[in-house]
Design a protein around this ligand. Structure first.
Ligand SMILES: [Fe+2]
Length: 296
C-alpha cells in the first residue's frame, strides 16, 4: 500500500525520511553505518548462542530458513524472498511504533512492521522502544511458521473487528503474553519450558530470567485468564503464561474472540503477579525483586 501524499512524521529516528500513509517507507539501506552492523552482529551472535536449548524449535527453524545474516543488518527485501512464498507474510519498514489501528491493519493483511533503525552500542541490554533487532530477530522468524503466521493474522483481524473500547486492553494483554512474552512447554528442556515470545528472544537478561529465575510465576495458558491479566513494561514480567504446544495457537487463530471480548470488557483485571485457585501452576514465583506497583 502506498500513498501519493507521503507525510513526514518527524519522529526522532526517521532521519528526515518520508513515510507513506500506512507509516511504511522503503528500508534506507544506505543509512546503516559500520556501527549499526557491528551492533547487529554483536546482538545476533550473543542471542543465538544463548538461545540454544532455550528457544522453541520453530524459532530456530525460522532463523535458518530466513537465512538471517549474522554479519550485517539484513535487507528486508531479501527476507521477503524467503518469507512471502512460505506463508504469504511480508515485512515492511517503519520509523518506529505505529498507531494501533495501523498496526492491526498491517497484521490483518499479513504485513509485519519492522522498525528500520538499530539501537546504539550503549543500548545493547535495554531499550525503551522496539528497534530493528527486536522487531526483526525477535518477531520475524516465527512468521515463517504456518501456525504462528495464521495466529498473527487472526489477531490483527480480531483487533480490527473489536467494536467495544473495552476490548482493546484485553487484546493488548493477549499480544503481550503470547507474541511478546510467551513460553511453551518442552519436556526435553532442562526447565521444562522454552521461549517463543519476541520480547524474551531479543533480550539476554529476560531469556535467562523467564526460564531460570524462581521469582516469576509460570502458569498454564488460558485465554480468558491471559486477557484479564495486567503486565509490566518497565521490569521483567511477574507472570509468564505457558502454552502446552502450538496447537493452542492453531485453535486460537480459528476462534471468534468477539463473544469472550464482550463478556470480559467490564471485568476488573488481575494484578500482574496474581495466582488464582483456578490457575495451572507450573511455578509459583518467589516474588523476589518484584515492585509493588506499576502494573499496566
Ligand atoms: Fe515486539
Amino acid at each position: 500500500m502506498s500513498s501519493p501524499n507521503p507525510v513526514n512524521l518527524q519522529e526522532p529516528f526517521d532521519a528526515g525520511l518520508a513515510t507513506r500513509a500506512d507509516f511504511t517507507l522503503d528500508q534506507p539501506l544506505h543509512l546503516y553505518g559500520a556501527v549499526d552492523h557491528a551492533v547487529w552482529k554483536q546482538l545476533y551472535t550473543r542471542q543465538t548462542a544463548l538461545l540454544k536449548g532455550r528457544v522453541c524449535e520453530a524459532f530456530l527453524d525460522g532463523v535458518a530458513r530466513l537465512n538471517l545474516s549474522s554479519e550485517h543488518v539484513p535487507s528486508f527485501a531479501a527476507i521477503n524472498t524467503q518469507l512471502t512464498p512460505a506463508t504469504g507474510w511480508e515485512i515492511v519498514a517503519v520509523p518506529g511504533l505505529v498507531p494501533e489501528q495501523v498496526f492491526f491493519e498491517h497484521l490483518a493483511n499479513r504485513r509485519f512492521p519492522v522498525t528500520w533503525w538499530m539501537r546504539r552500542p550503549d543500548q545493547l541490554d535495554y531499550l525503551q522502544e522496539p528497534d530493528c533487532f527486536h522487531d526483526l530477530f525477535g518477531h520475524v522468524p516465527l512468521l515463517i511458521n504456518p501456525v504462528f503466521a495464521d495466529y498473527m493474522q487472526a489477531y490483527g483481524r480480531a483487533a480490527l473487528a473489536a467494536d467495544n473500547v473495552g476490548a482493546l486492553p484485553l487484546l493488548a494483554r493477549l499480544y503481550w503474553y503470547t507474541v511478546e512474552f510467551g513460553l511453551i512447554r518442552d519436556a526435553a528442556s532442562p526447565s521444562g519450558v522454552q521461549i517463543y515470545g519476541a520480547g524474551i528472544v531479543s533480550s539476554k537478561s529476560e531469556t535467562l530470567y523467564s526460564l531460570e529465575s524462581a521469582a516469576p510465576n509460570r502458569l498454564g495458558f488460558d485465554l480468558a485468564r491471559v486477557m484479564q491479566t495486567r503486565y509490566r513494561i518497565d521490569t521483567f514480567q511477574k507472570t509468564y503464561f505457558v502454552l502446552d504446544d502450538f496447537a493452542q495457537l492453531f485453535e486460537l487463530a480459528r476462534t471468534d474472540l468477539g463473544p469472550l471480548l464482550a463478556t470480559l470488557a467490564d471485568a476488573a483485571p488481575f494484578a500482574a503477579g496474581a495466582v488464582l485457585a483456578s490457575d495451572r501452576v507450573i511455578n509459583r514465583g518467589t516474588q523476589q525483586g518484584w515492585q509493588t506497583d506499576g502494573d499496566v
